[in-house]
Design a protein around this ligand. Structure first.
Ligand SMILES: *Cc1c(COP(=O)(O)O)cnc(C)c1O
Length: 427
């Protein structure tokens, strides 16, 4: 038995499924998860001392590359000054000012420790601000694991959702309406019928949790127009896309200003840090100013803030996103050509440092579309790449991430590996 197998068995005896977040268990691709020993730049090493070119990037945070020396130094320095105070610090103001400067829709914000907390708090805030209960989310968008968001679509247009997880009372999801991503007609009909009852609409402004799915311009425009007309809060969940698809997130690319924005992943630079923010009049409803309660023992943790601040500094250096996009483009051009040469049905898409690989002729436009892609082909691709030293997320429904540490040479190496894998798949 190799060390990954030994550790997986040991982990399963003490941690349910052997993992602390389900996708890590390789359930949808099969096989043994790689236990990671260390990471640096574009690489991770597993417990068998095998090295992988990593396109998971801790699911997005590692945009400047793993263990960037400047980030590590900032963390070390902060840690020497104490790990947590439970009191306000100057660094929290600095990072809040920095985020507000970068994110078009953010006038004020509050720091939390996970994306789940950010979206849960933003929804509570939207409900408190509007005095309404109902919320709209879209099928295939993930917003963390708070109760009212673990929901699947009901059977008809205006039937509210059913829990998608055991342990969530139906009462907790009965105010959540699940609509289809990119379906403008359905959105219009819903607002026409119950617009005055809707507290907020939350979406991933480029979806990254059903693989990468791009919104149409009509969909984005309708979202902003309808929420404005009906007094509903528009929440952009930019936990994944913020500082990832572009410095100013999806909202800077859409030219749309959401009322609230949730952020996470990149802003912590690999440490537990997230945030929600937006219009100052809405943010004023948060405790201690307003009646919407929200709190956190470790919120604004000084070590996490130090990692985040240094990461934000690095990504604002000239040319950072141009280079990231170029590298993503280089990788996908290579993959597209290699798949075509092997006769594999394949397509891809990218926005900034985030990309999607699809075993389908066209990139999907909705969750239903995505379910029609060839997940068996993905499994073979995934294991073929992993066995040859290239790591992607262990599910066909995940987006992939480029970092500044992925050099053109490493990308060429990745493409050469993909060429072998596609050829094997075709044989
Ligand atoms: C990752 C993610 C979350 C949840 O963040 P956690 O830090 O894992 O709780 C929420 N929304 C989106 C869009 C995400 O990608």
């Amino acid at each position: 038995m190799n060390r990954n197998e030994q550790l997986f068995n040991r982990a399963k005896a003490i941690i349910p499924g052997g993992v602390n977040s389900p996708v890590r268990a390789f359930g949808s691709v099969g096989g043994i998860p790689r236990f990671i020993k260390k990471a640096e730049g574009a690489y991770v090493w597993d417990e068998n001392d095998l090295r992988y070119i990593d396109y998971v990037g801790s699911w997005g945070p590692a945009i400047v590359g793993h263990a960037h020396p400047e980030v590590i130094e900032a963390v070390r320095e902060a840690a020497l000054g104490g790990l947590s105070f439970g009191a306000p610090t100057e660094a929290e103001i600095v990072i809040a000012e920095e985020i507000a400067k970068i994110m078009p829709g953010v006038e004020q914000l509050r720091l939390v420790s996970s994306g789940t907390e950010a979206t849960m708090s933003a929804i509570r805030l939207a409900r408190g601000f509007t005095g309404r209960d109902k919320i709209i989310k879209f099928e295939g968008c993930y917003h963390g694991h708070s109760d009212s968001l673990l929901v699947k679509a009901g059977s008809g247009l205006l039937t509210f959702g059913n829990p998608s997880s055991a342990g969530v009372p139906a009462d907790f999801t009965k105010h959540t309406l699940v609509l289809s991503y990119n379906d403008v007609t359905q959105l219009e009909e819903t607002f026409a019928q119950i617009g005055a009852e809707i507290a907020c609409v939350i979406l991933e402004p480029f979806a990254g949790n059903m693989n990468l799915v791009r919104p149409s311009e009509a969909f984005i425009t309708a979202l902003r127009t309808l929420t404005e007309q009906h007094g509903a809060v528009l929440i952009y969940d930019e936990v994944m896309t913020g500082f990832r698809v572009a410095l100013g997130g999806a909202q800077s690319l859409h030219g749309i200003t959401p009322d609230l924005t949730t952020m996470g992943k990149v802003i912590g630079g690999g440490m537990p840090l997230a945030a929600f923010g937006g219009r100052a009049d809405i943010m004023a409803c948060i405790s201690p100013l307003g009646g919407v309660y929200q709190a956190g023992t470790l919120s604004g943790n000084p070590v996490a803030v130090a990692a985040g601040l240094k990461t934000l500094e690095i990504i604002q250096r000239p040319g950072f996103y141009e280079q990231l996009s170029e590298r993503t483009g280089q990788l996908l051009a290579g993959f597209n050509a290699a798949a075509a040469d092997a006769g594999i049905t394949f397509s891809s898409d990218s926005i900034g440092g985030m990309f999607g690989l699809y075993f389908a002729a066209q990139p999907p436009q909705s969750y239903a579309d995505m379910t029609r892609s060839d997940t068996d082909a993905f499994k073979r691709f995934f294991h073929g790449m992993l066995n040859r030293g290239v790591a992607f997320g262990p599910s066909a429904y995940e987006a992939c991430f480029m970092s500044a540490a992925h050099t053109p040479e490493l990308i060429e190496e990745t493409v050469a590996v993909a060429r072998d894998v596609f050829a094997d798949m075709a044989a």
